[in-house]
Ligand binder design. Structure first.
Ligand code: PLP
Length: 371
């Protein structure tokens, strides 16, 4: 029987997305003035002054539609990467590209997608929404990748294999040679999608990314974003570097104006903003060191990370568990990320902030755990 409220069977199971909490939310709830957010891996330097200038100068263009398919942005990205523009598809965050790839490549009720467990929630959500089975291989206890377990899940109906590197939430980053072996071992119809949201923070690139050798792999797609290193999370801009035939399909089915006119201009400006990029690399690598030393001095286990965040476990016998510490920090105006949505209730993820934010977190945490 169907009635007005009949929807596709996948839909009622969905819950609201658990994002990092917003600063305004915490200010209001606890009556706080200053709140530090280290929960969503945003850039600690804020929006680049160069990009702010471009946004101000072009504010008057907000009434215009962007040029469909944002060709100027595609050209700028292609030039930045040294790849043909026919391989680039920009989207409303790389989330949009993930959504497109799942909808284009995986046949509902027939195909499957493989990924590690835990993985970025978007792979799970979009697979579920599309009625596509998701198969997951459990990460090793140290969060490194069990490649053979992942490969064992693949069959003749595996449409996509998602791998995140540097991985979220652990920061683990495998060698490019291991990705190469995976790409060569997957069944021929399976697209390997390497989500490099945090690859801008890993160096040297050729040691960790297949991007410099992408021409050797017909079955590999790479996702990049402007949300992390480039500091544009709120404007929503990401892109896929795809096999040409797939980029063509994406541009045919994608909503034509999902990348807005200001995001396009900001993205073009951000790509050439080398001062901001260098400053970001510096603040993140120094902050990662600062936080690692501080957490370790409190007895926490800190997982090695190439990204702009750290996964930590509290010392055995600590006064608070992960959830309790998260809550206590929140009440003192510091937002970090609990990981129950990743099924890691005993761990916490902390985005690297600037030196004073990191210092504040370490001081407050010491106070909480010492009391
Ligand atoms: C942050 C993140 C993204 C980027 O998302 P946008 O939609 O581009 O903001 C993609 N993948 C992973 C694993 C991420 O953590």
């Amino acid at each position: 029987m169907s009635d007005l409220r009949t929807v596709r069977p996948e839909i009622p199971d969905f819950e609201k997305y658990h994002a990092g909490m917003a600063i305004e939310e915490i200010q209001e709830r606890y009556g706080l003035g200053k709140v530090i957010k280290l929960a969503s891996n945003e850039n600690p330097l804020g929006t680049s002054p160069v990009v702010q200038q471009v946004l101000k100068q072009n504010a008057g263009l907000a009434f215009r539609y962007a040029q469909a398919g944002t060709p100027r942005l595609h050209a700028a990205i292609a030039e930045h990467l040294g790849l043909p523009v026919s391989r680039i598809v920009a989207g409303n965050g790389s989330d949009e590209i993930i959504d497109l790839l799942v909808r284009i490549k995986a046949r509902p009720g027939q195909d499957n997608i493989i990924a590690f467990d835990p993985c970025f929630s978007m792979y799970k959500l979009q697979a579920k929404l599309c009625g596509v089975e998701l198969r997951q291989a459990k990460l090793k206890p140290d969060f490194s990748f069990p490649w053979d377990d992942l490969l064992a899940l693949a069959d003749e109906n595996t449409a996509i294999c998602f791998v995140t590197t540097p991985d979220n939430p652990s920061g683990f980053t495998p060698k490019a040679s291991e990705l190469e072996a995976l790409a060569r071992a997957l069944p021929p119809q399976c697209l390997l999608v390497i989500d490099e949201a945090y690859m801008d923070f890993a160096q040297p690139l050729e040691e960790y990314s297949l991007l410099p050798r992408l021409n050797e792999f017909e079955n590999v797609a790479i996702l990049r974003t402007f949300s992390k290193m480039y500091g544009l999370a709120g404007l929503r801009l990401g892109y896929g570097i795809l096999p040409e035939w797939l980029a063509d399909y994406c541009l045919r089915v994608k909503l034509p104006f999902s990348v807005n006119v200001l995001a396009e201009m900001a993205g073009i400006a951000a790509l050439s903003d080398t001062v901001y990029i260098e400053a970001t690399r510096k603040v993140v690598s120094e902050g990662r060191e600062q936080l690692t030393r501080g957490f370790q001095s409190m007895g926490c286990k800190v997982h090695p990370s190439m990204a702009n965040f750290l996964l930590i476990d509290l010392p055995a016998g600590a006064s608070h568990d992960a959830k309790g510490l998260f809550q206590a920090l929140l009440e003192r105006g510091i937002i970090i990320r609990p990981l129950s949505s990743y099924n890691l209730p005993e761990s916490l993820r902390v985005s690297v902030g600037d030196a004073s934010e990191n210092r504040a977190l370490l001081d407050v945490m010491k106070e909480i755990l010492g009391s």
